[in-house]
Design a protein around this ligand. Structure first.
Ligand code: DOR
Length: 420
């Protein structure tokens, strides 16, 4: 047999060096090399399993000015992310199987990496229909209002969480307490959506859900919230790497829900690293023009799918966190929470990888691929991948993209239904 690809001289998480032989999108052999159509020498790279970013807003449709599937997924791939999970607060939201299928078609046309699509959770949404059609998970469910999402009241939330539990689905939750005030600055925004309220809201949602419901708490922004999550918990790069003190006080580019916190809270969040299940970007691009609106009216959300792994790799380089913990929180854990086949270094693994050089560079928004053209992480240290492999094929190399056939990853409702 001649394999498709040979990754030569890979340093495995155990420290052992081995050659990985790949065929049909799967790692077939780990150890001695086998003959392959293409060989990549990995000796000078750090090889990571492709990241699964379980929280991105790819926009598209009537919001294509902000982002579309092509630019959003190019951004993902150039940042070492090989599977994205799209959030359903599109315009209109994904509430029916018809919307869901249309979203799959849109993704299939534009995406350059693997993708999955979540179902919106709103009164009247056909949760069962979308689950059977292949929704990966439910939400983010807005237990607090945010951009393109109305907050659900507790009774409605209780009913919807019960239905999701009955299906065996994962409920992914955006929970905050929000005061009825209009913030005028970033510090105000933090006060109006307080960190302590976020932790209380996490607890409140847990009490509304049936026992044993599968809950995943999105973008916890404080240590107390990480601790309060009953279920799995996700943290974003922006809450780890940015505080509102990094911005001019009325700079809406730092406006996001939940808000950036103060510097002390940001530093404390790193101390919870071991308790965090997943790092996900909450890539939520808005245009520079929208972000230049007066603070009160500017939309919340910031782009970040391309910079997530590069920032974390620079943190690994500084010895702030271990390399294996980054693999765990960006690839293995999200894949296992969602039921996506694991990427990695065992025979049978999904052959998605990103190869990172040693050089630390600085983030320069003009070199990123998201349509919005700006980044709140401008100037921060980062290590970008040089080569990205998706399903055993080179998808990206030194700024060039190669055509592939990105996979749609359906959820368990689709996989387990027997009439397919
Ligand atoms: O800041 C945010 N923006 N938080 C969200 O939950 C939604 C997101 C968006 O879609 O723009």
């Amino acid at each position: 047999m001649v394999a498709d690809l040979l990754l030569k001289d890979v340093t495995l998480p155990t420290g052992r060096r081995a050659d990985l032989t790949i065929a049909g999108g799967i790692v077939r052999h780990v150890g001695a090399p086998m003959r392959a159509d293409e060989t990549i020498d990995c000796g000078r790279f750090t090889c990571l399993p492709g990241a699964v970013d379980m929280h991105v807003h790819m926009r598209g449709g009537v919001q294509a000015e902000k982002e579309d599937w092509q630019t959003g997924t190019m951004s993902a791939v150039a940042g070492g992310v090989t599977v994205v999970v799209d959030q359903p607060n599109t315009v209109p939201p994904i509430t029916t199987p018809e919307h869901f299928w249309a979203r799959i078609c849109e993704a299939e046309e534009g995406a350059v990496c693997g993708f999955a699509i979540n179902a919106a959770v709103l009164p009247g949404a056909d949760l069962e229909g979308m689950w059977n059609s292949g929704a990966m998970a439910f939400g983010e469910i807005f237990a607090a209002p945010s951009s393109y999402g109305e907050g659900l009241d507790p009774e409605t939330l209780r009913r919807l969480l019960t239905r999701i539990h009955a299906l065996g689905g994962l409920a992914t939750i955006h929970a905050e307490e929000v005061l009825d005030q209009t913030p005028e600055t970033l510090a105000d925004h933090d006060r109006v959506r307080p960190g302590a309220g976020e932790a209380r809201a996490f607890q409140a949602v847990s009490t509304l859900a049936p026992e044993k419901a599968r809950l995943h708490f999105c973008h916890a922004s404080t240590p107390a919230s990480v601790r309060a999550a009953h279920g799995t918990v996700e943290v974003t790069p922006h809450h780890l790497f940015l505080s509102y003190e990094d911005f001019e006080e009325e700079d809406a580019r730092g406006r996001v829900n939940p808000p950036l916190r103060d510097e002390q809270t940001r530093r404390a969040l790193w101390l919870c690293w071991d308790r965090i299940d997943v790092i996900a970007s909450d890539h939520a691009p808005h245009t520079s023009d929208e972000k230049a609106l007066p603070f009160q009216t500017a939309p919340s959300g910031i782009p970040g799918v391309e910079t997530m792994l590069p920032l974390l790799m620079a943190a690994v380089r500084r010895r702030r966190v271990t390399l294996t913990s980054v693999m765990e929180k960006t690839s293995w854990r999200p894949a296992s929470i969602l039921g996506i086949p694991q990427a990695g270094f065992e025979p049978g693994s999904r052959a998605d990888f990103a190869l990172y050089p040693n050089e630390v560079t600085r983030i320069d928004a003009s070199r990123l691929h998201a349509k919005c053209g700006w980044s709140p992480f401008e100037g921060l240290d980062a290590i970008f991948p040089e080569v990205v492999i998706i399903q055993g094929r080179r998808a990206y190399s030194c700024g060039d993209f190669y055509a592939g056939d990105p996979a749609w990853y359906p959820g368990q409702g689709f996989l387990s239904s027997d009439d397919k």
